[in-house]
Design a protein around this ligand. Structure first.
Ligand SMILES: *Cc1c(COP(=O)(O)O)cnc(C)c1O
Length: 370
């Protein structure tokens, strides 16, 4: 690969962009002598809650456990069913099984690629306790319909916002629609730590208290476990880094959308279909995923021009060995299965230069015209 190879993701560039501030924030933590659940976590929690206009944020160790303990906090117990999608990171289904609950897969809407509300509604029965809509790639799910159905059927809603930090629907941020929402701060996410991190946000003090207890051995009072809990804490260094990066999140997302605008005009809508942005959606553009019948050839052509691509993901969750056949709903996912043959991710991060973006656009246009 040449030195000007454009990788599909570049977490190092996200550090370099704010290196001075991050180094200083880390140094302060090192000097403070307090490394787990201290002032940095407390301040980050207050700032991330305020960013969403909500009362509570609880920092945890990663996004997977954020989903698990948010589900437990709304009362999901072993044997209960939780409806979600097979078109997600495996983490979404793993988070449900970790707590002994059963994932159930609804199909996706082919335009938004998020959960199809009608498919969700069809799967509801007496065992259904919760739904986890995933705002996949940064595009918001149809929260208005999902909340209507969930209210009518008395089902809790935990939003999986791991790919959608600061995405919006009609000016309202994702993560503020459901009973609670889970975030990941894995390094490549729109708001990324330099290591693992996650958070739960909610407006319910009861849910927040349950999450706080589950985060640390079921403690509601220090050293006294009132329920059997977990250990899933956010550390001070990651919280300090996240506080720096949170200040740049909205401008970073705007840059991602500007890059997406350019990619959109290089795609032709027939051979290469750009991702949709439906009315009212402010897309977080975590990933820029095109659809193409011959994605292998497109990926090869871009590679020969020094441009990396990815497939998110090579298989839907119900197509992975650990989950095949055994998850309810797996045999009725036509839209999910059709999408998986056609997806290809182009480089997408705010630090891409205009020259790099132009190179991607030219290579795309060249392949389409071949
Ligand atoms: C990244 C991700 C997660 C899990 O986050 P981790 O911090 O890696 O545990 C969950 N759901 C989705 C959709 C993700 O992209």
């Amino acid at each position: 690969m040449t030195s000007d190879f454009i990788p599909v993701a570049n977490p190092k560039a996200q550090y370099t962009a704010h290196a001075d501030e991050i180094n200083e924030a880390v140094r302060q933590v090192l000097d403070s002598g307090w490394y787990v659940l201290g002032e940095q976590v407390k301040n980050f929690e207050a700032e991330f809650a305020a960013f969403h206009g909500l009362d509570h944020c609880i920092g945890v160790a990663n996004g997977t456990e954020a989903i698990s303990i948010a589900l437990r906090a709304v009362g999901v117990r072993p044997g209960d069913e939780v409806i979600t999608v097979s078109h997600s990171a495996v983490a979404t289904a793993a988070a449900i099984e970790i707590i002994g609950a059963r994932p159930v897969f609804a199909d996706i809407d082919p335009i938004t690629r998020c959960i199809d509300p009608a498919s969700f509604e069809q799967l509801i029965w007496k065992r259904t306790k919760a739904v986890v809509p995933v705002h996949i790639y940064g595009h918001p799910a149809d929260m208005k319909r999902i909340m209507e159905i969930a209210h009518k059927r008395d089902i809790s809603v935990i939003e999986d916002c791991a790919q959608a930090h600061a995405a919006e629907i009609d000016g309202r941020k994702v993560g503020t629609f459901g009973d609670a929402a889970a975030f990941s701060f894995y390094p490549t996410k729109n708001l990324g730590a330099i290591g693992d991190g996650g958070a739960v946000i909610t407006n319910s003090s009861e849910i927040a208290e349950n999450v706080r207890a589950d985060r640390e051995y079921g403690w509601r009072e220090r050293f006294i476990s009132s329920s059997p809990g977990y250990n899933t804490r956010l550390d001070e260094i990651q919280a300090a880094i996240l506080r720096v990066k949170l200040r740049y999140l909205e401008q970073d997302n705007a840059r991602r959308r500007a890059i997406a605008d350019k990619y959109d005009s290089a795609a032709d809508g027939k051979v290469v279909c750009a991702p949709a942005r439906t009315n009212g959606a402010l897309h977080a553009m975590h990933l820029y995923v095109v659809e193409c019948d011959d994605r292998a050839s497109l990926g090869q052509a871009l590679k020969s021009e020094g441009i990396g691509t990815g497939i998110h993901y090579p298989a839907a969750i119900h197509q992975q060995p650990a989950y095949a056949i055994r998850i309810r709903g797996y045999d009725r996912l036509p839209n999910t299965e059709a999408l998986y043959k056609r997806i290809l991710s182009l480089p997408m991060y705010p630090e891409l230069t205009d020259e790099q973006v132009d190179r991607v656009c030219k290579a795309l246009a060249k392949w389409i015209g071949h």
